[in-house]
Write a new protein. Structure first.
Length: 98
């Protein structure tokens, strides 16, 4: 779906350390984080993205009430999400004033 939305470079990480290494080695316009990476919460990745000024949003298949304070201002589409939902979340991350 990201490629269909015009994303030219997409990186995927399934572990926190792997994601942070990607963030430190590349420039990202935006990021989508799964709240749960194999039983580990992805908040450490969010902190690194915030420090670098990279907009992000979460996604989850779990209860939306599980989003921690300090992160509730980020959109959290519930999986499975539609193409239109993903487009809106990505657009909102890249262009927050729209």
């Amino acid at each position: 779906m990201l490629a269909d939305l015009g994303c030219e470079s997409i990186a995927v990480a399934s572990r926190i350390g792997q994601a942070i290494t990607l963030i430190e080695g590349h420039i990202f316009d935006a990021a989508m984080l799964d709240l749960n990476l194999n039983g580990t919460e992805s908040y450490p990745i969010a902190y690194v993205l915030t420090a670098r000024g990279v907009p992000y949003f979460f996604s989850t298949g779990n209860n939306l009430n599980n989003v921690k304070d300090g992160h509730r201002d980020h959109e959290v589409p519930k999986k499975p999400f539609t193409f239109d939902q993903l487009e809106n979340m990505l657009s909102g991350s890249l262009h927050p004033s729209r």
